[in-house]
Design a protein around this ligand. Structure first.
Ligand code: HEC
Ligand code: HEC
Length: 314
């Protein structure tokens, strides 16, 4: 069965979010020694970073014609061979797929999947996504290019990153709040600079790269583009143990703010020992719907956290 498009879109976007949601990095001036080992461990939890995807479109591709598209997938994970799902869509990954396929990619290797697609009339861009089916946190990536081959920003993904990482301080649409200034219309270079360096009251986000900053800028230029809020890992795939996937749930929904050397509210949820320690208050906040700030988690996801705590936080 080919994957359904909405799932592809959500999964791809969830990966962009997760990539953007790495714990704010250490600042040299306020490292805390006792956190160093845990931070090292936290940095290895990057399931979404296992894949890189790129797309090359044959010259001369036009709307209404056919195009040869190479989707280039690299497994940057260290150990395991990955079964990767690949999808190509017109415009955006939320549209009906033009092509789907699966390929197996050994660690540190690259595979190219070639697709001949019929480009719909009116299309101006092609998008490719790749992800790992059944992974607690689907590792994946996405890229969007114009028919002439130049890269485009991905505003819907920028909106998703914004909602999860930035809105709690800068307002839902960048209008500003008591915790952060108005940033509507901020350009990509400025965003890249600020997230890399951090400023007073503003954490660093090492997971947001230049492409992520372009996505954010594209969305801030037009926040009417609906952000796609990714579902995070599918709770149905998750056993209520840390390694069974609870780690991935915390990584997807909490660790971007509750990780690293200065976790929000001093609640660390990025390593097993920290999460075990703060499990009860974490669960209360989840059940009350006060965390994550982007909005209450679905009931099935809450149930996994409840089962983990009830089962002894294993
Ligand atoms: C914990 C609150 C907080 C979060 C979360 C946060 N910011 Fe900020 N941000 C601030 C504060 C406070 C400032 C002002 C810092 C200063 O004036 O030195 C700021 C400044 C900025 C600026 C510079 C604005 C200017 O005009 O100087 C940009 C751009 C920005 N943030 C983007 C982002 C993005 C993008 C995200 C999400 C990835 C984000 N911020 C997340 C609090 C936050
Ligand atoms: C976008 C950043 C962000 C994310 C994501 C986030 N938090 Fe928080 N959290 C905060 C901030 C900031 C505070 C402190 C201020 C406040 O209470 O609003 C906080 C406070 C808390 C507190 C202590 C106060 C309380 O409400 O009990 C707990 C516990 C907590 N968060 C748990 C979680 C859990 C569990 C998740 C994931 C399901 C999560 N947070 C996701 C930013 C975040």
């Amino acid at each position: 069965m080919p994957p359904v498009p909405s799932r592809a879109a959500l999964v791809a976007l969830s990966a962009s979010l997760a990539a953007a949601g790495l714990a704010p990095s250490l600042r040299a001036d306020d490292d805390r020694d006792d956190d160093r080992d845990e931070d090292r461990a936290a940095r290895t939890v990057r399931p979404s970073r296992d894949l890189r995807v790129d797309i090359a479109v044959s010259p001369g591709a036009t709307a209404g014609g056919t195009a040869t598209v190479d989707v280039i997938v690299r497994n940057v994970g260290r150990r395991t061979e990955r079964d990767v799902q690949v999808v190509v869509c017109a415009g955006d990954l939320s549209s009906e797929p033009l092509f789907t396929s699966a390929t197996s990619v050994p660690p540190k290797q690259t595979r190219t999947v070639r697709a001949k697609v019929a480009v719909p009339a009116g299309a101006t861009a092609l998008a490719a996504g790749a992800w790992l089916p059944g992974d607690g946190m689907p590792g994946s990536n996405y890229v969007r290019v114009s028919l002439s081959g130049s890269r485009l920003a991905y505003p819907a993904a920028g909106g998703a990153t914004w909602a999860a990482q930035c809105a709690s301080c800068h307002g839902a649409q960048g209008e500003g709040s008591s915790k952060g200034p108005r940033v509507r219309g901020e350009d990509a270079d400025e965003i890249a600079e600020v997230v890399r360096k951090g400023e007073d009251g503003m954490p660093r986000f090492v997971g947001i790269d230049a492409a992520g900053a372009r996505d954010l800028a594209a969305w801030l230029a037009d926040p009417s583009v609906p952000p796609v809020t990714p579902p995070g890992p599918d709770p149905g795939d998750i056993a209520p143990t840390w390694d069974g996937g609870v780690r991935d749930l915390f990584a997807a929904h909490c660790a971007s703010c509750h990780g690293g050397a200065r976790p929000s509210a001093r609640v660390g949820l990025d390593t097993k020992s920290r999460a075990r320690k703060d499990a009860q208050s974490a669960l209360s906040a989840i059940e009350a719907g006060s965390m994550p700030p982007a909005g209450p988690l679905p009931a099935e996801t809450v149930a996994v956290f409840e089962a983990w705590v009830a089962g002894g936080r294993k």
